[in-house]
Ligand binder design. Sequence first.
Ligand code: SF4
Length: 232
Amino acid sequence: MTERGISKKPGDGVAISSIVTAFHCTRQYFFYSEMKSNPSEKYSICKHVSCADPDIKEEKLWDIICMIHPDISVEKRSFLKDCLNAVRHVPVRPWTDTDILVRSDRAGIYGLLDKYDATAEEYTLTRCTKAPQKGCWPEDAIRTAALLICLEDTCKKKPEGLYIEYIPSGIIRYYEPTPKDRRKVFQLINKVRDVNKGGIPKKPLNPPCSGCRFFDRCSQNEPRRLSFLFKK
Ligand code: SF4
């Protein structure tokens, strides 16, 4: 699952990564959907830390990451070192399969789950962000709700929640989505579909504009107010 990547497969439904981007701001989703998405290097590092042999040396892991991301900057190695230190005394979640494609034809969504442990029949999401004080971040609640909707469509045993491993903090949380999270997923599916049909969406009520990379473009696309026409 890409950290910020937008995948649109017309006919295949809405990518859960798109739903999460639209959750931050529908306009951001609009701008991102016009761009080519690159996989997040931090996410890739966290994936490797999460799935690596516990005794693996930092150097060996860095070598592998460099082969996967030949253009990765050397500064990212300190992120790898911090992540390895963070999980040193906290065993990461067990797994028997990784990158499991899940989908719900009823909801028209699909996404990738990071880990599945066949022994306990449990699923895990791997995040490359630090953990919040308690619970999970709102975007992870939405992600979890969407993934569970997919699992409920395809699995015999329906899990009630997912484990979320916050690799940079070395913290693992378990989250069961609420009906409110699920409602939000369905609202966002409709918003993403509207954007995919074309047209720039309106700004949401409290958009996270501070530090947004699309700030200038977004301001240029402001709908003109009628008062503009009567300006002296
Ligand atoms: S500047 Fe604000 S409204 Fe515009 S895309 Fe960014 S977050 Fe959304």
